[in-house]
Design a protein around this ligand. Structure first.
Ligand code: HEC
Length: 131
């Protein structure tokens, strides 16, 4: 009798944990996309403090990416945790580079680095979502 009650509870508990994880990832991602918009705004207004704010937000949120255990079809041969951690570092580094280039008024480099950062985001999405 007890088992019959406990099993659905366990399944429900696991499902909720998964949901919570998903929401956290979605929140992090939504913060990242708005951080990128902030950087872009800083570029358009030519305002270093706005760029710096976006870069801070990127760095704050990439910390979360390193904990992602993303799944993809490559299965066990794909080192998801390691990949996420590497990506998180790379994105944080690129965002630093954007600010450095901005301070030097090297607009080409700002734009180029922004594009590279965007590419970094898309590469991970392509891995997990196939788009
Ligand atoms: C290491 C992997 C990884 C990297 C790098 C990454 N993302 Fe994501 N992103 C995810 C995962 C996982 C999801 C949720 C995926 C899903 O189930 O579709 C996601 C989803 C999103 C979504 C959609 C959220 C929603 O509500 O559905 C946005 C927007 C997003 N990411 C923005 C970004 C931006 C901007 C960057 C780069 C600064 C970035 N991501 C880098 C893994 C990553």
């Amino acid at each position: 009798m007890k088992k019959i009650i406990l099993l659905p509870l366990l399944v429900w508990g696991l499902a909720c944990a998964d949901d919570a994880n998903q929401t956290k990832q979605t929140q992090t991602m939504s913060n990242l996309v708005s951080a990128m918009a902030t950087i872009q705004k800083g570029m358009m207004y030519n305002d270093q403090s706005i760029v710096a704010k976006g870069v801070e937000e990127i760095k704050l949120n990439t910390k979360d990416i390193s904990s992602f255990d993303i799944k993809n079809e490559n299965g066990s041969s794909f080192k998801a945790k390691q990949y996420s951690a590497t990506q998180a570092l790379a994105i944080a580094k690129l965002s630093d580079d954007i600010l450095i280039a901005f301070r030097k008024e090297n607009r080409n480099r700002v734009l180029d680095t922004y594009r590279r950062m965007q590419n970094q985001c898309m590469t991970c999405h392509a891995l997990i979502r196939k788009w």
